[in-house]
Design a protein. Sequence first.
Length: 522
Amino acid sequence: MDAVKLTIDGREITATKGKTVIQAAAEAGIAIPNYCYHPKLSIAGNCRMCLVEIEKMPKLQIACNTQVSEGMAVMTRSPKTLAARTAVMEFLLINHPLDCPICDQAGECWLQDYYMQHDLQASRFIEGKQHERKREVFGPHVVFDGERCIKCTRCVRFLQEVTRTEELTVVNRGDHSTIALFPGTVLDNPLSANINDICPVGALTDRDFRFRVRVWYLQKTPSICPGCSTGCNISVETYQNRIARFKPRINEEVNRHWICDEGRYCFHALTEVERLTAPLIRQEGGLVPTDWKTALGAVISVLSGAQPVCGVLSGRNTNEEAFLFARLFKALSPQARLEVYYRERQLSEVEKILKSPDRSPNFRGGGEMGVTNEGFESLLGDLLRGKFRSAYIVGEDLLREAAQGEKLREALKKLSFLVVQDTYLSETARLAHVVLPGVNFAEKEGTYTNRAGRVQRLRPALVPPAGARQDLEIFSLLLARVGEPIRSATSSEIFLAIAGEIPKYHGLTYERIGNLGIQIEP
């Protein structure tokens, strides 16, 4: 592409021909305020907040729809530009309700931010404000407050251009124009909650997050969605050691700016459970608490003798955990059958935008670490046919997911020895002879390899409950008991061992992976 030289606020920059002024400025680290512009949506040019002064042009131009040209001189903070922004802000706030103290968008509202930067003056408006619909439910994840809406139309364009479901439109004219559902429709497509993210004000808010916590109290941790093997980049946002919400992080190679609704809310089922805080061992009266030494000793002594044995690892376990799990079974029984939990599903056209056919975010990585033989369905079939004497199941409730329900329950009951490692006492864990309390995806560090072969980092956002142990630590302690001690069980050091042993991962480190991951295969 041809290069174009221009100046923005007296600073000479080089941009690609065809780029707009707002894009060229952003690449140079110069922020131009805007509401309706979004890099993944078509240009609407209706908010006028991005007006800039361009030399030799008699009128101010909108930066979102003005392409750069050779020798162009742009002024984003000239007196004329700043006066226009003040006027735009005053216009947008004419009918806006003064409900910042109770608005759920407070703290991340662009009206608040731009008012402080570009207006900061008392209102001259003395007439009565136009009132609009309040708290109108658009769908299961979206609630609309019409009085706060500035008609930027981001939500409408997202549903027209990204999901192509077109549930919303703009109706009426002038100061009566508003966003509305088409008659007889509900905003319930698989990506619907993204319009809450892209709304720059408090007009569209998330029904799940509303009034749970003020955003300035949230602690934000970059991580990876555990919902499926797309590996969407997310921010895990927590308060008082509980997940309050997932928000998408921008990664153009994976999820762009979006996240599906299923992934966005999957943390409820994965973290809001009654946690196990001590190992359990089966005695005549059922499962009773025990100490770690007794539980781990029982696992090794019985599994070593109860052959043949199989192991099922959750797709939410990290590469590092899968690496140690495979090493543990190689030491226990070289003939052991190992598989990563995997289930295919049918997807609609809208779901295919982001979702993978499986719900296991690291099934590919687990397989590359050695936790795979002939496929999960094959192992499940052999389990139903009674081909194993013992089993070690990590992080999955097979009875909840399996279509074979009662048949699988009977098969598990017939095992000589069943070990379950999980965060809560699942239906599968209730049948176990030993239960080991592990941690969930938000409490661990490690890496996932998504379906497309991109290695990405998982970071701990929560502190696990006292008594539970990291899965890495549990596998390391078991390895020590079979004569395969791990010198250090930190995830970064285990990943270095992976990089040294598995060709696809040669040369990788946590530093190289960074926040956006690294592609190991095309």
